[in-house]
Every structure is written in C-alpha cells, then in structure tokens.
Design a protein. Sequence first.
Length: 141
Amino acid sequence: MAYATIPDMTLRFGETEILRLSAGDGALPVEIIAATVQRALDDATAILDGYLRRRYVVPLLAPTADIVRAACIIARYDLATGANKEPSTQMKDDRAEVVAWLKMIADGRVTLEGAAPVNAGSGVQASDRERLLTPSNVGFM
C-alpha cells in the first residue's frame, strides 16, 4: 500500500507535470502512465518505511499529510531521474529536505502523531542479576 496516490501527485504538482514525468521519453502523453507513477509511489513508500521502521510499525495505517507529502516528493524526484531526464534543483532540494526529516524521525528527534511506535518491550531480554527462583531452591530437584 503506497502512502500517496496518483491524484495526490497531480494535486501537489499539477497534471501537466505528472504527465511529463510519467513518460519515459520526455514526451507529453495524452494520459498519465499510471503504472510508471504507481511504481515510483511504491518505491517512495519503501524508502519511507526504511526510515520509519526503526521507530514505528510499518506500513503506517493512517499516513499523515507529512508522510503523503514526503512520498510525493520522493516519487517526483525518482520519476525525474534517468533516461534523458534530470531532476530540477527544486526537486533535489525538496528530496534532500525530506530525507533530512526522515533521518530526524529515525533518530527520534521528530515524532509522528498517531503512528504506532515499535514496542520496545517485545522480544527476549537478558539480565545479569541472580535468579531468585531456580529448580534447586523451589524443590524440583
């Protein structure tokens, strides 16, 4: 499940921009090539999850507006990269801003409201304290 949709992309960047970016050859197609944009959105979600999983249960069940924005920015950058396309300075700056924000989330300096934190208490824990109850002092031996 991607955190953003093709309509999110067109609302944020405009239909003409997404039309242009969805074409592999740089031409302006009649319709948005949905498979290309969806793949970029799925990849953006995977990148976001890579940063978020350190602190939150992923995938996020209810992505916030910030997460949707971040997914759109990363997807836009990816769509503008490769073949005979080059991301603009604005696209590069926007992506760098999003990555810096994601690093702050991963480091715990920024929190996501409403996201389920990873349960730090789960799993095996080890202790070097002396065991109070052992088979020998409980009468099992």
